[in-house]
Design a protein around this ligand. Structure first.
Ligand code: DGJ
Length: 737
């Protein structure tokens, strides 16, 4: 029976339960999971359980398994544990004591149900509302909080989490995604011990370069791909964040996730509503793989711009020519990517500014006028050429930033994030600053820059939106003295206002979020952006690791993944062109080199590879990802596959990471296929060797064979990648015999 007997949460109309006095169970239900709360009107509202479903949830509470903690713990009465909420009331009282007023359940549509929990303080006109939005098919819950009050003077908020949940943590482990510039999304797995573990960011502008606001908690030992209980969660926010995992003596860990409140005390005015970002979570009893697929399905269906629309194959000019974006070279690049079968050309940094021309990273940011020396005829010839070649044209911008040497800074020195009486810390090139987006005038300016560029140059289809600085010298002339600590939040609010306007006036514009590489890989930004640049590190081996971590929370359509030149500009390492291409194919394929630098065979391989990618693109971009061998397992290889939703098509990728393996690889047991169906397996992207373009022998023992899904998953296929950096791509198609 799909619906639980006590499941008030699924009643099809909005019901106000405030009249009910008895202790109730409130269940937020998705296809396989339940989140259970208990509460009494005018009594406490408690969290009991999150995990797999049972038919009778009353047993969870009766058995004592239920955790019975405040659903949104507030500081003041019980003071020893970490809290979701902490305030000082207008009269100086430090405590909050919350009681349940009502629970409302609204069925948004056939798949989505919103449960709204209203809580009030019994001594102060201070209210908290908890929201739990359940996405039934995706098995995902999105949770957020609103805080408001009617006290006569402002209330100071010190802690204002999005979501809190106690977790049993007897042998629980957390995986988080730690990194650095050029080394994003490295997976780190640590046991949850007593004491607090904090995953956080304080860069202000962007937040995923060092640690992504996403975690996976495995409840029964280290997480594995296909087994075990896993809770995965991600904070939908691009500003400072903090995910706390506070383990106590009860072998219980309190998860508290939200904005990072450091230096962000918030003075809440009477009747003002403070809305937190959402925390999106799922539970899986089939390991990390299923948890990841749930979040990604939710992302594509509900969060990412055009989440179910194919992404184009791109040539980006950056690593090919860096700042030398001369007209002739740009036109040649457009010709080449069109000739290779690509679909979009992006002119990266270097094309703008005249008073202080953008010759390198030290000048010009803020002055978005076309540089007359490099592009004497403006953007028109480039847009026209792209049109003529039937591809799209895109351009790089860094709209939130300004250089000291720029016309903009000459005219508006007060528009940068800075503090009176202090020297401003300068970023990239020793000359970069952040524009103050907490200031409405600056918001308008940034919006108009982009809007006017798009209107005056009809035919710009894509923007790569970069952000290469963090916030320093926190403060804004647009904020009152007693609200300077709102800056981090107001910056993000201002930025979001600009993005909302752009999406509204330019709904078809494709946008990439870039922030010194993968600094803005968040579901918050994916509401506005189609994708993010995975990393400034385009080294294929590094990318295998970076994209492996990234793929746990983001689909291939989000992960811009480009083929670059050997030796690689970041690491100095060289690989076969096929290896680089196959790695790039696992994400949103692109090229990040001057095509003129390719050998004839590499050029030819690229052409064929692009055709192949177009054919298998729906499987990669919209299929479910099954990870077969992790690069983190140190077997010297990694393998993964994408499977279409209807399980009629799949694509397998295998990579030899760095070993000369003289023995055969172990059989690759495929996953995600339908055991009843029959599949033909065909190696594609075979290397082209020598001047006669002789194709090399297949790296799949049973190339072109037909096997059942059962055979492929239980016994597997044999691949042969004996030398370092060999790779294989196998197209798998259902055959109806
Ligand atoms: C940093 C980005 O990550 C690169 O891809 C490139 O766009 C440069 N900025 C341009 O300055």
């Amino acid at each position: 029976m799909k619906q639980l007997i006590s499941l008030i949460a699924l009643i099809a109309i909005t019901i106000n339960l405030s009249a009910q006095k008895a202790r109730n169970k409130y269940v937020v239900e998705t296809k396989n999971n339940v989140m259970v709360f208990t509460g009494t009107i005018d009594g406490k509202f408690n969290f009991q359980y999150y995990g797999q479903k049972v038919n009778d949830v009353t047993q969870i509470v009766k058995s004592g398994i239920g955790l019975n903690e405040d659903a949104y713990p507030a500081f003041g009465l019980e003071c020893t544990e970490e809290k979701a909420l902490q305030v000082t009331h207008s009269d100086g009282n430090l405590s909050v004591d919350l009681y349940l007023k009502a629970v409302n359940v609204t069925k948004v549509d056939d798949n989505v149900t919103l449960t709204t929990v209203s809580l009030y303080d019994n001594k102060y006109p201070f209210n908290v509302t908890l929201f739990y939005k359940a996405f039934y098919k995706e098995d995902v819950i999105e949770a957020w909080t609103e805080i408001t009050h009617q006290e006569n003077l402002p209330v100071m908020l010190y802690k204002f989490a999005s979501f809190a949940m106690p977790i049993r943590s007897f042998n629980a482990w957390v995986t988080h995604f730690h990194g650095n510039w050029s080394d994003e999304m490295g997976m780190v797995e640590e046991k949850l011990e007593r004491g607090m573990q904090v995953i956080k960011n304080k860069e202000g502008v962007r937040n995923t370069q060092f640690d992504n606001p996403s975690i996976m908690i495995s409840l029964d030992g280290k997480a594995s791909e296909n087994q075990g209980e896993v809770i995965a969660g991600t904070l939908v926010w691009t500003g400072n964040y903090r995910i706390k995992l506070d383990g106590n003596f009860k072998n219980q860990t309190n998860l508290i996730a939200g904005m990072n409140e450091d230096a962000s005390n918030y003075l809440l005015e009477k009747n003002e509503v403070f809305k937190t970002p959402s925390f999106v979570l799922t539970y899986s009893n089939a390991g990390k793989g299923q948890a990841s697929r749930n979040i990604i399905r939710w992302g594509r269906n509900y969060q990412i711009v055009d989440g179910n629309k194919e992404r184009l194959i791109i040539l980006n000019s950056w690593e090919g020519v860096y700042f030398d974006t001369e007209e002739k070279v740009m036109l040649e690049m457009i010709n080449d990517i069109a000739d290779m079968g690509g679909e979009l050309f992006v002119m990266d940094d270097g094309w703008f500014a005249n008073k202080y021309p953008r010759k390198n990273e030290t000048t010009g940011l803020g002055d978005w006028d076309v540089n007359k020396q490099k592009l004497p005829n403006g953007l028109k010839p480039l847009i026209d050429r792209a049109k003529e070649k039937n591809i799209k044209f895109g351009i790089w911008l860094e709209p939130e930033m300004v250089n000291v040497k720029s016309d903009l800074f000459d005219k508006h020195p007060d528009w940068v994030v800075s503090q009176p009486n202090r020297t401003t810390i300068l970023g990239r090139g020793g000359s970069q600053m952040t524009l103050d987006l907490a200031n409405p005038k600056v918001q308008d300016h940034v919006y108009n820059i982009i809007h006017n560029l798009l209107v005056e140059n009809q035919g710009i289809a894509y923007i790569k939106w970069d952000a290469n600085h963090f916030i320093s010298n926190v403060g804004s002339i647009a904020l009152a003295a007693n609200k300077q600590s709102h800056f981090y939040i107001e910056y993000q609010r201002g930025l979001h206002k600009v993005l909302e306007r752009i999406r509204f006036t330019h709904p078809d514009l494709i946008m990439q979020a870039c922030a010194s590489g993968g600094g803005r890989a968040t579901y918050d930004f994916m509401k506005y952006f189609h994708e993010f640049w995975g990393s400034d590190n385009t080294d294929a081996l590094s990318r295998i690791f970076i994209q492996w971590g990234t793929s746990y929370f983001y689909p291939a359509i989000n992960i811009a993944s480009h083929v670059s030149k050997s030796p690689n500009h970041q690491t100095g390492r060289s690989y076969p062109h096929k290896f680089k291409f196959d790695v790039a194919m696992t994400g949103r394929l692109g090229i990040e080199m001057q095509p003129k630098d390719m050998t004839p065979n590499e050029y030819e391989f690229t052409k064929v590879g692009i055709q192949n990618y177009k054919r298998i693109r729906p499987v990669i971009q919209f299929g479910d990802l099954y990870r077969i061998v992790s690069p983190y397992d140190n077997f010297g290889m990694s393998a993964l596959m994408y499977v279409s939703e209807s399980k009629d098509k799949a694509v397998f990728f295998g990579f030899n990471l760095d070993k000369n393996l003289t023995y055969n690889f172990p059989p690759m047991k495929l996953n995600g296929l339908d055991s009843e169906k029959k599949y033909k397996i065909t190696e594609i992207n075979k290397e082209i060797q020598g001047t006669e373009k002789k194709k090399v022998k297949s790296r799949v023992s049973s190339d072109n064979g037909i096997f059942t899904g059962e055979y492929l998953s239980k016994i597997g296929i044999q691949i042969n990648l004996r030398e370092a950096y060999q790779s294989v791509v196998i197209e798998i198609n259902e055959v109806k015999l």
